[in-house]
Design a protein around this ligand. Structure first.
Ligand SMILES: [Zn+2]
Length: 399
């Protein structure tokens, strides 16, 4: 199992130069390979495999036009091909959008595998640089000298902050004491999450405030003339506001998922098929802001890490319109209905708590069929490991 420790990095001007050139090469490799793949698909209707894309990279490096690709470490370029392959695999499996071109103004990154870096005594040496990369370790519970990273990712956000992320293999999950507690979680737009225990976890208020700020800066940027200095300044403000929104949302998602995974042995959630729902424009903004996909990934790796169980129930479960007390199924329930009374048994329900109870019941029923919640014989149950095929991108502090 893998986890990652991400911290701020402070490259020297020389290192920043090398890294910026590397980012440029990674971007060029990604974009040119993507264009080639797309053209190939359009003209020949054939998908491109990893070996072919890799051969295309070798061919690009051999041309005079792209000879500059040889000036940076070849490892991040190889990794870009690997990531693109994974992105296409996810796309064809219906899990992700079609891979897009990388922009010069977005987040830049380069991933180094073991052949591209040396890590000794807590010091990181990247290929083609001569001094260790300075970084500030921000994981008080972990000794940076003791880690043995398998890959290292250096990135620069649009505001010019540098980060380094160390991916490490963690041998045994850090098992938490048994609590015997089981919970169903209903994710929503009004409240972020409602549990079968009746707890409502609202979306954090400061997040809404930061989002309003972001929207204001975006409007300001739109009013400035293109190419002007004022536009550039406005753009930097937008990027900073974006980062704040992202940071506080990630923080909220981490705290919520850590708490749920710590306090419960079994967690059942609905498979929301977030990518499908986000295509619905009306709900799109609310949903992508909520970060449900990220939340589920966090729950998956935290439950796996702590020996807990995450059950994902069928997304077509009529969780909102089934009475959790007697099983009566309503013909329909409008989005605005917050409470209702069961016509069959008379129980009064809070819409979301009732849904969470149904999600828990469905999760337990499915796990009973499979005999063990970790077992993934039924297509409706997925083991945490299966939901988390890729390494996580950010570590979490211990509980
Ligand atoms: Zn009922």
């Amino acid at each position: 199992m893998r986890t990652a420790y991400k911290c701020r990095a402070y490259p020297t001007p020389e290192q920043a130069g090398v890294l910026n050139r590397t980012f440029g090469c990674v971007r060029a490799v990604w974009n040119r390979t993507l264009a080639w793949r797309n053209a190939r698909y359009r003209s020949e209707r054939t998908q491109t495999g990893f070996a072919q894309a890799n051969a295309y990279l070798t061919a690009m490096k051999a041309t005079d036009e792209l000879a500059w690709l040889n000036e940076v470490s070849s490892v991040p370029l190889q990794q870009a091909i690997r990531h693109q392959q994974a992105a296409f695999t996810n796309f064809f499996a219906g899990r992700a959008r079609h891979p897009r071109y990388k922009s010069r103004t977005g987040r830049q990154s380069a991933e180094y595998t073991r052949s591209g870096f040396r890590y000794r005594d807590g010091r990181l040496f990247l290929a083609k640089t001569d001094a260790p990369l300075a970084f500030v370790w921000s994981w008080p519970g972990v000794d940076p000298v003791s880690i043995d990273p398998t890959t290292v990712t250096v990135s620069r956000d649009p505001c010019g902050r540098w980060y380094v992320s160390f991916a490490v293999d963690v041998a045994a999950p850090d098992r938490l004491p048994a609590t015997g507690a089981m919970v169903g979680v209903d994710l929503g737009v009004k409240d972020f999450a409602v549990t079968s225990d009746g707890e409502k976890i609202p979306n954090p208020r400061h997040l809404a405030k930061r989002e309003r700020n972001l929207a204001r800066y975006q409007r300001r940027q739109a009013r400035k003339a293109k190419g002007s200095n004022n536009r550039k300044k406005a753009k930097a403000k937008v990027a900073r506001a974006h980062r704040k929104v992202r940071a506080s949302r990630t923080d909220f998602l981490h705290k919520t998922s850590t708490r749920l995974a710590r306090d419960h042995e079994v967690i059942a959630i609905e498979d929301l098929a977030v990518t499908g729902m986000v295509r619905n424009r009306k709900l799109a903004k609310a949903i992508s802001d909520c970060g449900w996909g990220t939340f589920r990934r966090m729950l998956a790796y935290k439950t796996a890490r702590h020996g807990r169980h995450l059950i994902v129930v069928d997304r077509w479960l009529p969780s909102s319109k089934t009475c959790s007390a007697c099983g009566h199924l309503l013909a329909g329930i409008s989005l605005g209905t917050r409470t209702w009374q069961c016509p069959s048994c008379g129980t009064r329900h809070d819409r979301d708590i009732n849904a969470a109870k149904n999600i828990l019941a469905a999760g337990l029923a499915v796990s009973a069929c499979g005999g063990d919640v970790r077992h993934s014989g039924s297509p409706r149950v997925q083991s945490p490991a299966k939901q988390e095929p890729r390494p996580v991108k950010a570590g979490i502090p211990g509980p």
